[in-house]
Design a binder for this molecule. Structure first.
Ligand code: UDP
Length: 458
């Protein structure tokens, strides 16, 4: 940490892996700039205190039952969290700001602002009543954040089944999605979505600034449009994990045996397979992927989370003879040190769900992707990877052994794969430049730090 600057920032992440990682990265960045950091977090998916010795962690009750924490309906979970955390959060924040014994502490370490995930929608009146400036961090790509406010309208218009001839049509309100993407995206969403999105919109518009883990090189048009739409400062501070490499914010223990296993593989020969922290698949999809990987003859490292396959505990549905074949050429783990894995010279491709963190981590390491999006912003990220940046191949939801085998072969063995590899190297360079001194993300981070100082002095 730089010498303390006498200012404290309070952070409030959503308790999902893909939201915790960027918030903790931001915490580390601000801490390195001399801010002291307080993280208010729920009991559910709480960060490990031992991993963050320099932060003050304050836990609030979230009221989720054991069954609710295991729900796969993320929208429902976010709705419940917003309902049940409002009052505990109010108590915690009020205590932090107003407790008499903290008065001297407060003078020593003035609380300059609250930075919360855009998914928390109840913070506005509270922060206002406490006269506390509030910034919003959104963990998706800026183009998804901006476009997803069109979902309620698209939801209302989606009353007819999609004709085959319309599948590939572009969606004007939400580029570069195609109609079939929006239909799949909306299939996943429950009715509570419309009101929730309105609340996110209002809470963002009334904030003192919006932060994205993106950069002009990945999001230029959307960033310009978001600045116009919201009329608040927007900071695209870049892929933050490049500043603080190893992720200490992992909720699951990564299986470190991946790395010595990768050390034994040839350069750029391994396909890494992971669908992040939320996606679930069926037993038959598990088997199709297993066969596809095995038939491709390419070495693979495959993350199957416990509970990721509906109805079974882990991978026991894979028949023994298939397991024998898989073990010859690959390794299956329950959770990987992903950033280290993607950095490894043995990795030559990533079969991914295209969560925003994973997509950016892959771009930053120049690893071309095979895209298999399942939910939410993953559809948009996959379109960017395949249609706009052209640094990956899209499986178009064909979770079928021959498709998987064929696509892996194209990526690793054919000229088309080589061209994709060259393109992602160029993109990697551009994004890398953005976080270096005077790059666009670097400058945005400087502006963010200045902005927080400025908020404190008002
Ligand atoms: N991740 C990891 N090990 C794994 C799988 C994922 O450390 O085995 C990390 C990954 O590096 C990323 C985050 O978990 O930072 C997943 O976030 P993302 O936005 O990609 O997907 P989500 O989990 O939100 O669907």
């Amino acid at each position: 940490m730089e010498k303390s600057n006498g200012l404290q920032v309070i952070l409030f992440p959503l308790p999902l892996q893909g939201c915790i990682n960027p918030m903790i990265q931001l915490a580390k960045i601000l801490h390195s700039r001399g801010f002291s950091i307080t993280v208010i977090h729920t009991c559910f998916n709480a960060p490990r205190a031992s991993s963050h010795p320099f932060f003050k962690l304050l836990q609030i009750p979230d009221g989720l039952s054991e069954i609710e924490t295991r729900s796969h309906d993320v929208n429902l979970m976010l709705t419940l969290l917003n309902e049940r955390c409002e009052s505990p959060f109010r108590d915690c924040l009020t205590k932090l700001l107003q407790a008499p014994d903290s008065e001297t502490e407060r003078k020593k370490q003035m609380i300059s602002c609250l930075i919360h995930d855009s998914g928390w929608t109840f913070t506005e009146p509270l922060a206002k009543s406490l006269n506390l400036p509030r910034l919003v961090l959104n963990a998706t790509k800026a183009s998804f954040f901006r476009g997803h406010f069109a979902l309620p309208q698209l939801h209302r218009e989606r009353h007819l089944p999609l004709q085959d001839s319309e599948q590939e049509d572009p969606v004007r309100e939400f580029p570069p999605l195609r109609k079939k993407d929006v239909y799949r995206l909306l299939d996943e969403e429950s009715e509570v979505l419309d009101a929730y999105l309105n609340r996110i919109y209002d809470a963002t518009k009334s904030s003192s600034g919006l932060i994205f883990m993106s950069c002009e090189e990945l999001d230029q048009e959307s960033l310009t449009q978001t600045r116009q739409d919201f009329q608040i400062p927007v900071f695209a501070i870049g892929p933050s994990h490049t500043r603080f490499p190893a992720s200490s914010s992992s909720l699951l223990a990564p299986d470190e045996t991946c790395i010595p296993w990768l050390d034994k593989q040839e350069d750029r020969s391994v396909i890494y397979v992971s669908f992040g922290s939320l996606v679930t698949i069926s037993e038959s999809e598990l088997l199709e992927i297993a066969w596809g990987l095995s038939n491709s003859d390419q070495p693979f490292l495959w993350v199957v989370r416990v509970g990721m396959v509906n109805g079974i505990k882990w991978i026991e549905a894979i028949p023994e003879e298939v397991m024998e074949m898989l073990n010859k050429n690959g390794k299956i783990v329950k959770w990987a040190p992903q950033q280290e894995v993607l950095k490894h010279q043995a990795i030559g491709g990533y079969l991914t769900h295209n969560g925003w963190n994973s997509t950016v981590e892959s771009v930053c390491e120049g690893v071309p992707m095979i895209c298999l999006p399942f939910i939410w912003d993953q559809f948009l990220n996959a379109r960017f990877v395949c249609d706009i940046w052209r640094v990956g191949l899209h499986l178009e939801n064909r979770i079928e052994r021959n498709e998987i085998e064929g696509t892996i072969r194209i990526l690793f063995l054919e000229a088309k794969g080589e061209v994709i590899r060259e393109r992602i190297e160029l993109l990697k360079e551009k994004v890398g430049t953005s976080v270096k001194q005077n790059g666009s993300a670097y400058q945005c981070l400087e502006s963010l730090v200045d902005h927080i100082f400025h908020l404190s002095s008002n």
